[in-house]
Design a binder for this molecule. Structure first.
Ligand code: FEO
Ligand code: CA
Ligand code: CA
Ligand code: CA
Length: 600
């Protein structure tokens, strides 16, 4: 019946149908509202957003562009949180009317600097309406931009490779950008991964040193002018002038929203790559484990195990101790081995004779503190040029590892492998049991279980939970569930869990012709693999940053209207404000009209 919860799988909604509408569609019996969108005030005194009168000064006090990750840290009392959102990238042609990409003005560049980074905003839930509302909080609210001071810490802090003419110490760096997914730590800080940082730099061809060029190239050598031309207004983005500035990005950053005056940190111990997310699980002995993906075709899955153990409680002393945990430990990269003969992996996604894409794996040590385990690399080089060290160590090439999340109920870990159009192409690695489709358009979801259920273990067992796509297609697999009963799903990007242990998956780049969305799937019991779509996002948008609370869900609606040919002069979406308005990235809350629980 209409809006009647389906109690069978414990997920209290009926699936929404795939569509191409320019709005968010939710299940019957649910409500939605924007929490905050690009340009909305964050800091006291911030002006109301005016698309046609943007200034860098205003933007630095307002919510930034293209929010991806979203995390909530509870504040004392009920229904009050610190919401952390990152601002991954800017799309100037959709931000400014008549934008000339060859000749941006200095003010446009400065607006973009201010529109990147991170926002901390207090949010409160109004129990009567169900709405989540932002509060202009004088103490907590914060904007971090491309020009906010960060500190390097960990074993590579102070490295010569991190020194520039502006920072002779290699310990102080301004800004963060390309921040994709992230994680909330058990000690109430927020982690965010610097992902596609290479595109912000110019003139890589000016590098003359062959070793430097090899190291830059493994991350994508920028050639000529950069897309946004920032190098014209700040020479640190010009590789011909400041080759080491490039090494100062590609890190996991840690921001403490509870201490708004704190200097955010870039953790060198977690390695340098196109960091997608960083999520924490506490090992049996209290050490903390950070799971991380490197989102590039044929790149790797990593984990870090701290040397120190977590201190319980939220005292200042415990928090300061815990904030040091990601500074010292061991960095590993994953090697996966299938248990079926390679001859049974034909690249189409057809299951091997044991009816599962599954096998075993090991965590290969790369470095621990100042000690390297990779031939030809110092520990410092492992942390700074992690991709090259992992190549050398024989890591398994994956189909774009995006978000990773341990299930809080079982400890099993889930990774979204979004797609890989190059798998099996001439000169590229072909299908293997763990990445079983050539030209992988729709991606898959990997599950593994650490030996003994201990996050610090160095071996594990794995299986593919989902091989995504159209369930009517023979190349898909839904955890063994009846495929006539599931929603189509394509290009998994972010993963999250609800308190009942159901996996939630958001998508980016749906290759099935419909808009992206958010899905939920049980991973235990008889409903394992039954994927149900919870919402769809507007045209051209990506669904990011899902946060699954008992009575509401948050999603980041990133780049609405990002469709070929779109610009501020020709917008392809009018979400969320409707009419002829310009599209604006936003955080959206969805809740049940009866204020009831979403799952369990
Ligand atoms: Fe920014 Fe890998 O998505
Ligand atoms: Ca198998
Ligand atoms: Ca992502
Ligand atoms: Ca993505």
């Amino acid at each position: 019946g209409h809006g009647r919860p389906d109690r069978g799988d414990g997920l209290n909604f009926d699936a929404v149908a795939p569509n191409t509408e320019d709005r968010i569609t939710t299940p019957a019996g649910y409500e939605q509202a924007v929490v905050i969108r690009w340009g909305d005030p964050v800091l006291p005194g911030a002006p109301a957003f005016d698309f046609d009168k943007q200034t860098a000064r205003a933007q630095a006090t307002q919510f930034g562009f293209n929010n991806d990750f979203c995390g909530l840290v509870p504040l004392p009392g009920n229904d009050r949180w610190l919401m952390g959102s990152n601002h991954e990238y800017t799309t100037e042609s959709s931000m400014f009317r008549g934008y000339d990409s060859n000749n941006p003005t200095e003010e446009q560049v400065r607006i973009s600097w201010a529109a990147h980074g991170f926002s901390v905003v207090v949010v409160e839930r109004d129990r009567r309406s169900g709405k989540l509302v932002p509060v202009i909080d004088r103490h907590y609210n914060r904007r971090i931009t491309v020009n906010t001071e960060f500190a390097f810490d960990g074993p590579a802090a102070g490295s010569d490779h991190l020194k520039t003419s502006a920072d002779r110490t290699g310990r102080k760096v301004f800004g963060t950008f390309g921040n994709c997914s992230g994680g909330v730590t058990p000690w109430g800080t927020i982690l965010s991964g610097e992902e596609n940082f290479n595109g912000y730099f110019a003139n890589g061809e000016a590098i003359t040193d062959a070793k430097v060029k090899e190291r830059v190239s493994r991350y994508g050598l920028p050639k000529g002018a950069s897309e946004r031309k920032w190098e014209r207004f700040d020479k640190r983005f010009d590789l011909g002038k400041e080759p080491n500035e490039f090494n100062r990005f590609g890190w996991v950053v840690e921001i403490d929203p509870q201490d708004p005056k704190s200097t955010p940190v870039k953790h060198t111990a977690l390695g340098r790559f196109k960091h997608e997310a960083c999520t924490i699980r506490v090992a049996k002995d209290g050490r903390v484990v950070a799971y991380m993906g490197d989102d590039e075709r044929f790149d790797y899955i990593y984990k870090f195990v701290s040397s120190g153990r977590i201190a319980r409680g939220n005292s200042r002393r415990a928090r300061e101790h815990n904030k040091s945990l990601l500074s010292d430990g061991t960095l590993y990269v994953a090697r996966f081995t299938g248990n079926s003969p390679q001859s049974e992996i034909d690249g189409t996604g057809k299951l091997p004779s044991d009816r599962a894409f599954d096998g075993t794996g090991e965590w290969i040590r790369l470095a621990s503190g100042k000690k390297s385990y990779v031939d030809g690399f110092t520990a410092e080089e492992v942390y700074l040029f992690t991709r090259l060290a992992a190549d050398k160590a024989g890591a398994t090439k994956m189909d774009r590892p995006e978000d990773i999340e341990p299930n809080p109920r079982t400890g099993r870990v889930y990774a979204a492998l979004t797609n890989n159009s190059d798998r099996g192409k001439a000169g590229k690695e072909g299908a293997t049991e763990i990445n079983p489709r050539n030209g992988n358009k729709n991606g898959h979801v990997l599950e593994w279980e650490e030996a003994g259920g201990d996050a610090a273990a160095t071996t594990f067992k794995w299986t593919l939970l989902l091989v995504c796509g159209d369930p009517n297609s023979a190349d898909t697999y839904f955890g063994g569930y009846d495929k006539s009963q599931v929603s189509p799903i394509s290009c998994p990007d972010n993963v999250a869990f609800d308190a009942a242990g159901n996996l939630w998956i958001s998508t980016d780049g749906n290759a099935l012709g419909s808009n992206d969305g958010l899905f939920a799937v049980p991973v235990e019991g008889r409903y394992r693999g039954r994927v149900k779509q919870f919402l769809t996002v507007p045209r051209g948008a990506e669904t990011c940053g899902p946060v699954i609370e008992d009575r509401f869900v948050l999603v980041s609606v990133q780049h609405p209207g990002e469709i070929d040919g779109a610009s501020a002069d020709n917008p392809k979406s009018h979400w969320p404000d409707g009419g002829t308005s310009q599209p604006r990235p936003a955080v959206v809350a969805v809740w049940r009209s009866d204020r009831g629980r979403i799952s369990g």
